[in-house]
Design a protein around this ligand. Structure first.
Ligand code: ADP
Ligand code: NI
Length: 213
């Protein structure tokens, strides 16, 4: 059977963008393995699923395409192992079905969400905005809140990736809700500090962007 090592997997991610590059995969793998150990989930399933979770890129259906690629790469592994890994990968998206049903899928889903918040989450949101020609800041959070309205996911679907959708928009539409959406107690605990730091960052950005402080 093919050995799924970080060095082998690195070669599969050479064309990935900054927010989904191999360093994202390594961070998610470390977090996911840590959560799996703490939660008593199967660490090998979680490790292999984390290493392959974005292998098909970052398009809207990449969770399904990555699960298919993982099945091909793991063709000689026991079918129950392959099914378990594929389910983790299919269920790793926060905003898209299917829901994670197994302890292993919950570990990967939570690790991927942890990598979208905290200092790394802020850095990834700005890397994404930079790559899409977006602006650093346009409005204070209180005004954005009014602008975005109650259906944050609909706003993100309509405006995400456009020039006027800044990391502060991403914070309100998606990132601010991730800490409360964790499946495991271990990730919820890690998320708390990351969430508070990220929230403080975006509030401070409001003050500095308006020439205050
Ligand atoms: P996933 O692959 O987990 O579904 P996404 O592809 O939606 O996640 O996002 C990957 C990373 O890029 C996240 O950290 C997210 O905050 C950031 N990102 C995605 N879309 C935007 C955007 N329109 N503006 C700023 N950051 C974004
Ligand atoms: Ni993904």
């Amino acid at each position: 059977m093919l050995t799924i090592s970080p060095d082998f997997v690195r070669t599969l991610y050479e064309s990935a963008d900054a927010a989904h590059a191999f360093d994202h995969v390594l961070r998610v793998t470390r977090l996911a393995v840590h959560i799996a150990e703490a939660e008593g989930a199967n660490v090998e399933i979680v490790r292999v699923a984390a290493l392959l979770h974005d292998v098909a890129g970052s398009r809207h259906d990449h969770h399904l395409a990555s699960a298919r690629m993982a099945r091909e790469l793991l063709a000689e592994a026991p079918p129950t192992f392959v099914d378990a890994v594929a389910h983790c990968i299919e269920a790793h998206r926060f905003s898209q079905p299917p829901e994670p049903l197994t302890p292993e899928a919950k570990c990967l889903n939570d690790a991927d969400k942890l990598d979208a918040i905290g200092a790394v989450g802020v850095a990834r949101a700005f890397a994404f905005a930079g790559a899409h020609g977006g602006r650093l800041w346009t409005h204070p959070l209180s005004e954005l809140d009014q602008l975005i309205g109650p259906d944050r996911e609909a706003y993100r679907r309509a405006h995400g990736g456009t020039q006027d959708y800044t990391p502060s928009h991403e914070f309100l539409c998606k990132l601010a809700g991730l800490a409360d959406a964790m499946y495991t107690a271990t990730a919820r605990e890690i998320a708390r500090e990351r969430h508070d730091f990220m929230k403080a960052f975006f509030h401070r950005l409001d003050a500095e962007a308006q020439g205050l402080r």
